[in-house]
Design a protein around this ligand. Structure first.
Ligand code: AMP
Length: 113
């Protein structure tokens, strides 16, 4: 298994795991773009959000609720935060394992492009 997020999720590669359950794990982004920059990833190796179907898309709902909880714990829930999912090459996805970025702790600026 060569996927870095699978290796973090399995514990093979150490990370500061901030939340985990049977379906997802959350840990800090190694190259943070904001004072709070966490990643929530499924344990299952799903390459991109584009793979999700009606049957499998509930994982995204779970990831969002975990991100919300982490935002509250990080103290950024009240002021607001940003959740980002990049998909594929032109979507800016670098790691081919589905993940949601939780960004906060500063004013988010810029456009979506
Ligand atoms: P994306 O461009 O949406 O695929 O984002 C991938 C993110 O994963 C980037 O923000 C990287 O900084 C982050 N990243 C890559 N390798 C690691 C790692 N070993 N631990 C934590 N974050 C990582």
């Amino acid at each position: 298994m060569n996927c870095i997020f699978c290796r973090i999720a399995s514990g093979e590669v150490p990370s500061n795991i901030l939340y985990q359950d049977e379906r997802v794990v959350a840990f800090p982004d190694i190259n943070p773009k904001a004072p709070v920059h966490l990643l929530v990833v499924p344990r299952e190796h799903i390459e991109t959000v584009a793979e999700l179907t009606e049957d499998s898309a509930s994982i995204i709902g779970h990831i969002v609720t975990v991100a919300n909880r982490l935002a509250r714990e990080a103290g950024i829930a009240e002021k607001g935060y940003r959740l980002v999912v990049n998909c594929g090459l032109e979507g800016g996805q670098e790691v081919p394992h589905l993940h949601v970025h939780l960004l906060g702790g500063r004013q988010m600026t810029g456009t979506l492009g």
